[in-house]
Design a protein around this ligand. Structure first.
Ligand code: SF4
Length: 352
């Protein structure tokens, strides 16, 4: 990769080592089905966003430099009002902008398309990266806007109702100045042959390379503790603690975290003293409820359902005796909102 793109830059902000590795394609891409689905869905949403603007022209080029040249041409063409998939190259940086709209005063509005239904602070970093590259390329932008999904959209509605717009100009301008000040330093570190030394930080917790980087060969890492808060992680790191065994006895932990810590220190499994009482309190016949739900679809798949709405697709209930013999079986396959399903499920359970 010739240029520093958004992913490299944002990963660098999380951790210089991660940014350096990203530039060298050292981060394995997830092949999990849901990740591939999300990637596919993001592509579709970007395409749908182009229909939100009338007569948008794509500046896509088979190579980055071709796309960047074509973008310049389209910006200069007075007949073109909206450009999508625009590319900008400046210094060693490359930005791909989802949509650019020309305003009456010949300035531009930049739109970043997201497949979420809520604003997230991290989107400001994404837009500010584009803003930084455009500033380096001396392209004047008047407004920075976020195009995200409307909770009110329902299956079958017009695409114009699928998106909502949020003006992020003020926040982006502040962040862009910060990024411009950092950009030379980041460029130097990224292009260096020497990888920045990894060190433990809160961001390591969800890092894709944790097991081959800072977490390599570390047993019972503090990140294995359930629901460890960011504040606790930061406090432990300041104390130089990376494993559960090293956590000081007076360090504040939750009840469950204390149980886990004790299991690690003693090597003895934990069995709740109430378990036997609980098991004996369950009376025959037994009911086993199983259900499947879908929550990840940004584009509604069926009627009454909005973007990212969780809905049940099926449930089943088995009634058994103590030996596990099935005495009765109930099931339902559905594609209806969770609220309706809850009613049907409750009805089934009450009728049993
Ligand atoms: S595991 Fe931590 S140090 Fe290593 S690349 Fe990830 S964030 Fe950086």
């Amino acid at each position: 990769m010739k240029y520093i793109n958004k992913t490299i830059f944002i990963n660098y902000l999380r951790c210089p080592t991660l940014g350096w590795m990203t530039k060298r394609n050292m981060i394995l891409k997830s092949r999990r089905v849901n990740n591939r689905f999300l990637k596919f869905e993001r592509k579709i949403i970007k395409k749908m966003s182009q229909h939100f603007f009338s007569n948008a022209i794509s500046a896509w080029g088979s190579k980055t430099d071709i796309g960047a040249l074509y973008t310049k041409e389209l910006i200069l063409n007075p007949n073109v009002k909206t450009i999508c998939e625009a590319s900008f190259v400046a210094d060693a940086y490359l930005a791909k902008v989802d949509v650019l709209k020309k305003c009456d005063n010949n300035l531009l509005s930049l739109f970043e398309v997201k497949s979420a239904t809520k604003y997230k602070f991290k989107y400001i970093n994404d837009i500010s990266f584009d803003a930084m590259v455009l500033a380096k390329a001396s392209v004047n932008v008047q407004k920075y806007l976020l195009l995200y999904l409307s909770n009110d959209y329902r299956f079958g509605m017009d695409v114009s109702k699928f998106f909502k717009v949020l003006d992020c100009t003020e926040k982006v301008e502040l962040k862009t100045n910060e990024f411009l000040n950092l950009s030379d330093e980041i460029f130097e570190v990224i292009k260096s042959k020497n990888m920045p030394e990894p060190y433990l930080k809160k961001n390591c917790k969800n890092c894709l390379v944790f097991n081959t980087c800072i977490g390599k060969s570390v047993k019972n890492h503090i990140f294995d503790l359930p629901r460890l808060s960011t504040t606790s992680i930061e406090k432990l790191i300041t104390l130089g603690v990376d494993t559960i065994c090293k956590i000081p006895s007076d360090f504040e932990l939750t009840k469950v975290q204390k149980i886990v810590k004790n299991c690690v220190l003693t090597g003895i499994n934990y069995i709740s003293e109430n378990l036997e009482t609980h098991i004996h309190s369950i009376k025959q016949p037994f009911y086993y409820l199983d259900f499947e739900s879908v929550s990840m679809a940004a584009i509604p798949l069926c009627e009454y359902i909005g973007p990212h709405t969780q809905f049940l697709t099926q449930f089943s209930i088995d009634k058994t005796d103590i030996a596990g013999n099935i005495l009765d079986h109930y099931e339902s396959i559905l594609l209806i909102p969770k609220k309706t399903v809850d009613v049907r499920l409750r009805k089934n359970l009450l009728n049993i």
